[in-house]
Design a protein around this ligand. Sequence first.
Ligand code: F6P
Ligand code: MG
Length: 288
Amino acid sequence: MTDTIDAVVDSIASVAPDVRAGLTGRRTYDAGANPSGDRQLEADIYADELLKERLLALESVVGYASEERGSAVGPESDGPVPEDDRRYVAVDPLDGSSNLKSNNTMGTLFAVYDEPLPTDGSALLASGFVLYGPITTMVVAREGTVTESVIEEGTRRTVDADLTLPEEPTVYGFGGRVPQWREDFSEYVSEVESELKLRYGGAMIGDVNQVLTYGGIFGYPGLRDRPEGKLRLCFEGHPIAHIVETAGGASSNGEQSLLSLTPDRLHERTPLFVGNEAYIDRLEATLE
Ligand code: F6P
Ligand code: MG
């Protein structure tokens, strides 16, 4: 019997080259906005449709939720899937898609739950992302291990079977306009910038992948005019926290692990920080 999580991961790996190939020619903003109010590119809608189609075609996927649509959808004909095999997938089809205009990195982020969304982080079975960088790579966290693969013609070739955060961190990146940062956060940043090197690219997946590769911290804080921050708990917070914590790092909303948070709404936002534990501990100690 095919493992239900492998089926999801393989399906996303197989769709990745199609998402990538479809980016050319879809760099313009469509008329719409997603449920969080972000302007949508034609590429966002294209990637969302492709992923929805392929994932809902899998027998065990009974729910598909995406940053690009208001509520979760199910398959057209709902077959008799045993309770234990029912999977609910949350997807950010093109994280960092505003980078398409300048041809910088972006990715596809996913989380597999055993409960309908929105739900808490403990219902996460696996999470991962595809990074459309100079090469296409995929990182997957499940059962306590993070693996990194290269995607070639839609299949995965493992390049790191046990990805862990380096112990000597070197990079940091924080989102939001500096005048909008709160004083306590600015204090923390001035300590961090004297220790680490700035790397901020405008796509969470790309920036977090640098933290996974070099060690350090990535964050998008709560802002003066937007205390809830920018990033979304179900589509960005939970999966990225699960990946980084499984790789030996830590996550936080400024107070506690993102995985301990239960969203009330599917598109709820949260301040988000991930990285080496020592940096997350210091952040929590500095924020009031
Ligand atoms: O999904 C939202 C997102 O594109 C993230 O990938 C990224 O970290 C953030 O927005 C960038 O925001 P800003 O343009 O404010 O730096
Ligand atoms: Mg995103």
